[in-house]
Every structure is written in structure tokens, then in C-alpha cells.
Design a protein around this ligand. Structure first.
Ligand code: SF4
Ligand code: SF4
Length: 498
């Protein structure tokens, strides 16, 4: 059958929505990238994991805010800030260590070490990093602390949000947001101190003389801290952070994680004082573990991508177990393998040493060893040699040949160095710099700490020692216990000589 499409007729007007977006608009809502956020009001809980989290929060925040203010004496005009990323000067200072841009492999090594340590900890203990040390967790915890201070605990906050605007609601909300912004500003402010001398920058910052990048990054960090810890919270972990997905590859059934011991908890159900515990589980279905969860999940549903292993549900459940006079630890750090074994009435086996934990431990040990060796054997001396290209060589009146080189000698140490330079290759080679009257077998070049000095060097070889138009040669430099050699060649054009 032939279908004839008549394009001469005007298209019939569309009577209804034609796309999903239009359908959504017609229904009065818009499509977003994420599902709408359901507000979470985590309840305050007390217990050992909460205590550990408070302590770690204080330690982490103190390290972050205080580090740029730690002074570390260095000689001469070198900065006396213990930790400083000096982009302008091209240096990274970390207490007694200073790294140059050419030594970026140390930073790479440090990142590899951090990643391997994270893999190992995750394989052994699940997402401990997420639950206790991740900046998103730490700052969110701090923001929730402020929120509680202004708006009260879970029920009070829910009531306040549902209530119409009033003076009481306004001052609480304004106060909370003002403190959040102040913390965000403090966080952005602390960040920029890692890149400049902190005492100088803080003065220049307030009088408008700091670099534009300092204001830009301070504003950026203020905004991201305020948004991430104040509003997005668990959404950062669920939607932005790749780690929850990656960690799936690190974990197995023997990884310790916050686990609901269903072998002990089920069958769950309400329990009245005086009722028997025979024939039922210990979980009284009180939801105390759910309302304290900052991720808004129910750990009794099993291990979930959202769970950051913070242990707060353990504290909440332990409180309940105390009240109903059952043993603590219905929710505990445990393994899926152990729960499954107990369900089959077998003795659980805990395996800390497994192929994956062994690989990570070996790799971490190797990289750490290499890093320690590299740092302890790091040479403060670095030499680069550039040959003169024009002219390539000069024939002197007595037939001797002179080649010119530029030596770039770096002193990566904190003390001035007298670097002894020698030239090995053609017999009888003599060195001098353009200002020297006499040439010698070695040159002494003084290089100030943390400086690169470029030196022009002439090497003269007697005519009798010229054996080939291009002879291999080596510059050897020595300063204290540091020594290095750089290969080059000595050109004479001898083959073309008359
Ligand atoms: S807090 Fe414990 S008893 Fe209460 S619901 Fe959670 S697991 Fe069950
Ligand atoms: S389920 Fe428990 S451990 Fe996991 S995020 Fe919630 S409170 Fe923390």
C-alpha cells in the first residue's frame, strides 16, 4: 500500500504537550538533574562513635585553620612559613623540605600513597575516610552543630521549618546563615593562606592590596563551603563524589562496615516492657537508628551506597538496647560474611589478611619506601648544560679548539654552595668563565640557597688532543656530599680542518 503524505496542507495545530519536558511543564513542575531533595533532620546522638567524630572534627579543623600560621625558620630571604605553596617563586615548602617544580614526582608519589592508603583502609574497614575525615563530612557536621544551636534538635527544626514566618523563626534562620557564611569565609580565608605568607596576606587582604586570585579563591571557597555543607550535604556524597562508586571495587564480604546484625535483630517488631524476647529478634523497630542518620537511610536495609560508615546509628541503637536491657551491638562494625555465617549457625571468621589487602599493603609499603628513600637521598644540586650553537666551536691562533657552554646550576638547599665543576673528555681540557684571566682544570661557582645560577663556561682543548670532530665529554659538579654528572660533547670540526 502506498502512503501519500500531502505536505501542501498546513500542519494541524498541536493540541497538547508533545515532549516529556512540556508534559512536565504542563503539569506544573520542571525536570531537574536530580530527584528533589527530601530534607534530612539528623537527631543528636551520644555515644562513643559520636565522641570520636567530635574529637576528629576538632583535630581536622584545627589542622586546617592553624597550619598556615605555623612558622619555620629558614635562612636568608626564604619564607618562614612551615607549609607554603609558593606559586610565584615556584616552590613548595613543607617544614624542612622544599620541593622545586622539577620534583613534582614527589607530589605524585604522595598522592599515590594517599590513594593506596585509602584503598587499604576501605578494604579493611569500609568507608572510614567518608565517615570521619572527609572535609565534606567534617564541615557538614560543623554546620549541623550550628543549626542545632540556633534551631534546636530534629523535632524543633522540623517544627520550625513547617511554621509560618515569625520574628522567632527569622532571627534563628538569619543567625544560622550568618554563622554558616562566617565559617565559609573562614574556610576560604584559611585556604588562601596556604599560597602566600599568611601574616602579610591578612594585612593586605583587608586593605585591598592582596592579589586578585586571593579574593577570587576566598569567595569561591566561601560559596562552596556554604552551599556544600549548608544545603547540599548528603547530595554531595551521593551525586558529586565518585568515591562511593569506586569503593565498591575495594570492598568485599570481609570488609568491616557498619552493619545491622539481622541474625540477631530479626524478626523485628515493637516490644513492651515485661514481654518475652523468646521467638523474636532484638530490633524493636523504634527507628532511632534512622533519625540520627545524616544520610537519611535505614541501615537495616543492608549496605548501601549512601552509607558513610559514620557509626552514629550504632550509638543510637546502643542507647535503645540499654533501655530495653538487651546486649549492645545490634548495629556494629561487622562483616557481611560474619552475619551470613551466624545466620547459618556457624562461627564467623574474620579475615584481615586477604589477597586485596595484601596487594594494597605491599604497594603502599613500596611507594612509601621509595618516597622516604627519595627524600632522604634528595640532592640539593642540579645541573643543566646547554651547548653554544653559534659558533659551535672556535679555532684559536695556536690551533687549540674552544667550545662554549652555559651551565645552569641549581642549589635546592638552604645553605649557599661552592660548586666545583670539572670537565672530563678530551685530554688537557681547561675551563674558564668569560671574566677569568686564566683557565684551570676545575671551576668554582658559588650558588646562593634556593637559587639557579647560569654560568658561561669556555672549554679549551689543545690541538694535539683533538682526536675526532665530535668527542663525548662530561661535566662533573660536586658540592658537599652532592655530586652529579651531565653528558655533553666537544665539537672541533677536526675532520674538516685543512
Ligand atoms: S535503633 Fe536498633 S532497635 Fe531501633 S530500629 Fe534501629 S536497629 Fe532496631
Ligand atoms: S547508616 Fe549509620 S553509619 Fe551509615 S551513614 Fe547512616 S548513621 Fe552513618
Amino acid at each position: 500500500m502506498t502512503v501519500v503524505i500531502d505536505r501542501t496542507k498546513p500542519e494541524a495545530p498541536k493540541t497538547g504537550p508533545v515532549s516529556a519536558a512540556a508534559t512536565a511543564r504542563a503539569k506544573g513542575f520542571t525536570l531537574g538533574l536530580y530527584k528533589p531533595r527530601t530534607p534530612i533532620y539528623p537527631k543528636l546522638v551520644h555515644g562513643q562513635w559520636r565522641r570520636i567524630k567530635w574529637i576528629l572534627m576538632i583535630v581536622m579543623l584545627t589542622i586546617y585553620y592553624v597550619t598556615p600560621w605555623i612558622r619555620w625558620e629558614r635562612p636568608g630571604a626564604l619564607p618562614d612559613q612551615a607549609v607554603l605553596v609558593d606559586f610565584a617563586g615556584g616552590r613548595f615548602y613543607f617544614f624542612g623540605i622544599q620541593l622545586w617544580p622539577q620534583e613534582v614526582y614527589f607530589i605524585t608519589g604522595l598522592l599515590v600513597m594517599g590513594a593506596l592508603a585509602l584503598f587499604l583502609v576501605s578494604a579493611l574497614f569500609g568507608r572510614l575516610w567518608c565517615g570521619y575525615a572527609c572535609p565534606q563530612t567534617v564541615w557538614t557536621d560543623l554546620f549541623i552543630y550550628v543549626e542545632r544551636a540556633f534551631e534546636g534538635d530534629r523535632n524543633a527544626r522540623m517544627k520550625l521549618d513547617a511554621a509560618p514566618w515569625s520574628f522567632d523563626k527569622a532571627w534563628r534562620k538569619i543567625g544560622k546563615h550568618a554563622v554558616w557564611l562566617a565559617i565559609g569565609f573562614g574556610t576560604g580565608g584559611a585556604w588562601i593562606f596556604y599560597f602566600h605568607d599568611a601574616p602579610t596576606l591578612i594585612t593586605h587582604f583587608w586593605i585591598g592590596q592582596a592579589p586578585a586570585t586571593a579574593y577570587i579563591f576566598c569567595a569561591l571557597l566561601t560559596a562552596t563551603t556554604y552551599a556544600f555543607a549548608g544545603f547540599m550535604r548528603e547530595q554531595v556524597c551521593v551525586y558529586l563524589c565518585p568515591w562511593p562508586r569506586i569503593q565498591g571495587a575495594m570492598l568485599d564480604e570481609h570488609s568491616l562496615q557498619v552493619t545491622y546484625l539481622r541474625d540477631r535483630g530479626e524478626a523485628r517488631g515493637p516490644h513492651k516492657k515485661g514481654q518475652t524476647w523468646e521467638g523474636r529478634g532484638d530490633c524493636i523497630d523504634c527507628h532511632a537508628c534512622v533519625v540520627v542518620c545524616p544520610m537519611g537511610i535505614d541501615i537495616r536495609d543492608g549496605s548501601q551506597l549512601e552509607c558513610i560508615n559514620c557509626g552514629l546509628c550504632i550509638d543510637a541503637c546502643d542507647e535503645i538496647m540499654d533501655k530495653v536491657e538487651r546486649p549492645r551491638g545490634l548495629i556494629a562494625y561487622d562483616t557481611d560474611a560474619a552475619v551470613a555465617a551466624r545466620e547459618m549457625r556457624q562461627t564467623p571468621v574474620y579475615k584481615l589478611l586477604r589477597p586485596r589487602t595484601a596487594y594494597y599493603a605491599v604497594a603502599l609499603t613500596l611507594v612509601s619506601g621509595l618516597m622516604i628513600w627519595g627524600l632522604t637521598h634528595r640532592s640539593a644540586l642540579d645541573v643543566h648544560v646547554l651547548r653554544d650553537r653559534n659558533p659551535m666551536f672556535v679555532r684559536l691562533h695556536d690551533g687549540a679548539i674552544r667550545d662554549g657552554y652555559t651551565l645552569k646550576i641549581a642549589n635546592r638547599g638552604f645553605e649557599a654552595q661552592d660548586v666545583q665543576v670539572a670537565f672530563a673528555g678530551p685530554v688537557g681540557a681547561k675551563l674558564r668563565t668569560p671574566g677569568d684571566k686564566a683557565a684551570g682544570e676545575t671551576l668554582s661557582v658559588r650558588v646562593e640557597p634556593n637559587q639557579v645560577r647560569a654560568v658561561r663556561v669556555f672549554v679549551t682543548v689543545p690541538a694535539a688532543a683533538i682526536a675526532a670532530p665530535n668527542m663525548p665529554a662530561v661535566f662533573a659538579a660536586r658540592a658537599g656530599r652532592d655530586a652529579m654528572t651531565v653528558k655533553t660533547n666537544f665539537l672541533s670540526g677536526a675532520a674538516n680542518a685543512p
